[in-house]
Ligand binder design. Structure first.
Ligand code: DGL
Length: 282
């Protein structure tokens, strides 16, 4: 009996981790998870047919997140990472209530990192419209330290530029200049900037260049490493880390054309996405 239970648990521990985003942005988080947890198998879903999520209503975002989670649950995942700030802001609670597996968001991990990083107590946030207007970051940061001054700017065009992998394009730099100039107008200039959308690290070079031009000295914090670390620690604590001694496999699914997704992933990931498959929600 005991041996059978152990075997069952071991089988569950070796089930994959599910990761989803509206598109390629979650690959920035996936890349960090693959490095932090190399023996875990992963199922990644990019809802590329419906990207961007960031301009949708909260109701639509919750519905999309539930549909993505359902696809992953059907593939037998043992835990889910919402590798999307927009869906984390609006749907983390719902998914945690609805599903009987652990569900992780990206907002708390990077908020803790940003709160540790800031020296002047002022933190900037850039994200989608839906993330900024949700107030989720201000809540997370103020739960850590109510004195933190948060200034936030929605940068909706960045998602499409990232989906095109235009990291080094002049247009991206110009757009970044336009958006980031906002932080010159706020009463307390932040010394730390949260990239509060998982697509934005793909554009890091343009963002850094624009900050330099604007004379803004800010440390950039993104969700990837902080989320991977939380995932590792939580799975370890719950006894859910894989017992496998060999590298895990990642399976990729998208709801639109696989080729552009694979090409963007290959442009920045340590392991280029292979065998990306198209699926439809039914
Ligand atoms: N990458 C997502 C995020 O972190 C979603 C961007 C979008 O689809 O608008 O918010």
């Amino acid at each position: 009996m005991f041996a059978a239970q152990e075997e069952l648990k071991a089988r569950f521990m070796d089930e994959p981790i599910g990761v989803f985003d509206s598109g390629v942005g979650g690959l920035t988080v996936l890349d960090a998870i693959q490095k932090a947890l190399p023996n875990e198998s992963i199922v990644y879903l990019g809802d590329t047919a419906r990207v961007p999520y960031g301009n949708r209503t909260p109701e639509t975002i919750v519905r999309y997140a539930l549909e993505c989670a359902q696809v992953l649950v059907e593939r037998g995942v043992k835990a889910i990472v919402i590798a999307c700030n927009t869906a984390s802001a609006h749907a983390l609670d719902v998914l945690q209530c609805e599903l009987n597996i652990p569900v992780f968001g990206v907002i708390d991990p990077v908020s803790r990192e940003a709160a540790r990083t800031t020296r002047n107590g002022a933190i900037g946030l850039i994200g989608t419209r839906a993330t900024v207007s949700s107030g989720a970051y201000a809540r997370a940061l103020h739960a850590i330290d109510p004195e933190i001054v948060v200034s936030a700017k929605a940068c909706p065009l960045f998602v499409n530029l990232a989906e095109e992998a235009w990291a080094d394009h002049e247009v991206t730099y110009e757009v970044a200049l336009e958006y980031l100039a906002y932080f010159k107008t706020v009463s307390q200039t932040p010394d730390t900037l949260i990239l509060g959308c998982t697509h934005y690290p793909i554009l890091k070079r343009a963002i850094r260049r624009a900050l330099d031009t604007l004379g803004l000295e800010m440390t950039l914090c993104d969700c990837a490493d902080a989320t991977a670390q939380v995932l590792h620690d939580e799975l370890a604590q719950r006894g859910l880390l894989s017992l496998r001694k060999t590298p895990g496999e990642t399976h990729y699914f998208v709801t639109d054309a696989p080729a552009p997704f694979a090409a963007v992933g290959a442009s920045f990931m340590s392991q280029a996405p292979k065998d990306v498959q198209h699926i439809d929600f039914v």
